[in-house]
Design a protein around this ligand. Structure first.
Ligand code: F6R
Length: 619
């Protein structure tokens, strides 16, 4: 969601505006509806801000240029308190002397009480935001404690909620102060210049040396120093790390959209997520988990918490983990988890799945699980993000930066990482399946090439999407692991093409949804492998016949060599044969490609669909 950039450079250098604007451009992928910057200029802080995309801010900067400066902050806002207007855009000024400006990501939950207090003290508010309350509190604190770090410390003690705050003050011209609680903030370490950002994309064009901050910390950057203290003032040290994503990885790599690039990145995303997880004997080694094996052997229940696409990855993983470990697995939407009195204790493993590592619903579910005594493992794509830090252990997916708002490669990487975890638990616990772990790993190793084969065959899917641009509704059916794939196919279409779409478990059709079938209704059917157990394949072929008989237009995703589906299919999209549990890693790809090209055919913004944000950092 909101993107944050801070920069301080050498005295003779005046590039703060360029650096901040470049950072904001790289953070556009987070989703936003207004943007602004503040620079320290002489004895004032100058701000420019505009509703809408960065172009509007650039136009404003052309019309009303800012003076050269070495210190600046910038913000892309996704509206929560107060609509997306020029006035509500950040930065916000505190006090009346024009010397202080502040930006914020998150929500200040007690802002009403604080605002009433300030209004009683005759403070005038320009905006409807919770952020402006903090700006005024900070200005007031600075008058009694004229040191921005100390003033920030005094203010954060009064705030409830989640926040990243960055502030500048004209009386301390070479300083930016940041604070974080439950919202992201990372430090970029330069040579004679330093950076702050919501994530490393903010400064990736300048440095790969980064510093991870813990919860409830304040960081003060000058051109030559980075000082970290806890909210109680205790000196602290961030954790230094090297950013392995390069700037080019965050660009579109020759594709028209980030989403197209990311769909085509999927063989790499799966390969990189599998990479380095086995020892020379082919046994899984997850040293990075740093959880005693004994503890993992004691687990008697697993709950997966996640939202949206990540939750569908969890639903796929449930089938595999239960099969391999015989441990019961429940999948809970993270925003429901806390409120359903979950059955969780010391023997429960709670696995969170999150691309961003910042989804507030998932973060809160993890915190709740820990309060209940559960062991928590985060499956996450973003180093330095909050959810891994709040968990007992993390298993990183290695999908690389996912910029398009709609998740694609992270989904495949999440399934892969969950499977690795399931196989590892099976290996540890001995059971009847443990001996087969190696065979599954070998099949998994073939998946990246098979994804590439699917991608190479997508020409027909693009054509189908082209002539379905006027569809009013599309249905998706699947069974077993194909059911969450159907849900994901429907979600992609809703998000990207704004078409009503529903995913169903095919067996559920006859219990109601078949009433939706009328002549010409497009239905995608994700067909399990003919090698699936319990006659699953035959059952779905019957389902296809049932809807075809009622006039549905059937677009069937089936394994190479599956001829049974042909008589009942208007279109057959082929994927290579694989083990039934691994099939989602292939069958979801045509559905992603379909949504991409249907959105493109409708002339929509593929990378930033309306009303959506990449990281959902509010509950
Ligand atoms: C859909 C999508 C969302 C995310 C969800 C969780 O395309 O991207 O449904 O999957 O908001 O996000 P993360 O994985 O960052 O926790």
């Amino acid at each position: 969601m909101c993107g944050i950039v801070g920069y301080v450079g050498p005295v003779e250098d005046g590039t703060a505006l360029e650096v901040v604007m470049e950072g904001l451009t790289r953070l556009e992928y987070r989703g936003y509806d207004s943007a602004g910057v503040a620079l320290v200029a002489g004895d004032r802080v100058e701000t420019r801000k505009r509703a809408g995309k960065l172009e509007n801010l650039r136009r404003e900067l052309d019309e009303h240029p800012l003076p050269v400066s070495r210190t600046g902050i910038g913000h892309t806002r996704w509206a929560t308190h107060g609509g997306p207007t020029d006035t509500n855009a950040h930065p916000h000024r505190g006090g009346t002397d024009g010397k202080l400006a502040l930006i914020h990501n998150g929500i200040i939950e007690n802002f009403h009480a604080l605002k009433s207090e300030l209004i009683a003290d005759n403070v005038a508010f320009a905006s409807e935001t919770d952020t402006e309350v903090v700006a005024h509190l900070l200005a007031a604190a600075y008058t009694t404690t004229p040191d921005l770090t100390e003033a920030m410390r005094a203010v954060v003690a009064r705030l409830d909620g989640a926040f990243t705050l960055l502030a500048v003050h004209a009386d301390q011209p070479g300083v930016v102060v940041g604070a974080r609680r439950n919202s992201p903030l990372v430090v970029g370490l330069g040579d004679g210049e330093n950076y702050l950002g919501s994530d490393v994309a903010a400064f990736i064009g300048h440095t790969r040396a980064a510093l991870e901050l813990a919860q409830d910390q304040i960081v003060t950057i000058t051109p030559d120093t980075v000082t970290v203290v806890d909210f109680d003032g205790t000196p602290a040290q961030g954790k230094a790390y090297e950013v392995t994503w390069d700037a080019a990885a965050a660009e579109k790599g020759g594709y028209a959209t980030f989403m197209e690039k990311e769909i085509n990145d999927q063989p790499h995303a799966v390969r990189d997520t599998l990479f380095g997880r086995t020892d020379t004997d082919g046994r899984l080694t997850l040293d990075e988990l740093r959880i005693p094996e004994e503890k993992l052997r004691e687990i008697d229940r697993i709950t997966i918490v996640a939202c949206g696409t990540a939750a569908y990855a969890g639903m796929v993983a449930k089938y595999a983990i239960e099969r391999w470990t015989r441990i019961p697995v429940e999948v809970s939407l993270a925003h429901e988890f806390r409120y359903c009195d979950p059955i969780v204790d010391e023997q429960t493993l709670v696995v969170s799945i999150s691309q961003s590592g910042e989804t507030m619903d998932t973060l809160m579910a993890v915190k709740h699980a820990r309060e209940l005594g559960a062991l928590t493992i985060s499956i996450c794509n973003t180093h330095g993000s909050t959810i891994p830090r709040e968990s007992d252990a993390v298993l990183y997916t290695h999908a690389g930066p996912e910029i398009a708002v709609a998740s694609t490669k992270a989904f495949l990487a999440q399934i892969t990482a969950s499977y690795i975890l399931g196989l590892y638990l099976a290996q540890l616990r001995g059971g009847t399946f443990a001996d087969d772990v190696r065979a599954v790993l070998e099949e998994l190793a073939e998946i990246p090439d098979k994804i590439q084969t699917v991608l190479d065959r997508m020409g027909r899917v693009k054509e189908i999407a082209g002539f379905m641009a006027d569809s009013r509704a599309v249905l998706f059916l699947g069974r077993h692991v194909g059911f969450p794939v159907a849900l994901e196919g429907a979600l992609k279409l809703k998000e990207l093409a704004y078409i009503h779409a529903e995913g169903f478990a095919a067996g559920e059709l006859k219990h109601g949804p078949i009433a939706l079938i009328e002549p010409g209704q497009p239905v995608f059917v994700v067909v399990p492998s003919p090698s699936s157990e319990h006659g699953l394949h035959g059952k779905i072929v019957s389902n296809i016949q049932e809807i075809r008989a009622r006039g549905a237009r059937t677009i069937v995703i089936a394994e190479d060599g599956d001829h049974d589906v042909v008589p009942f299919s208007d279109e057959v999209i082929r994927v290579p044969a694989t083990a039934p549990l691994l099939a989602p890693l292939l069958t979801v790809v045509p559905l992603q490609v379909f949504a991409l090209w249907l959105s493109t055919a409708k002339g929509l913004d593929v990378d930033q669909p309306r009303n959506l944000a990449k990281s959902v950092t509010v509950e």
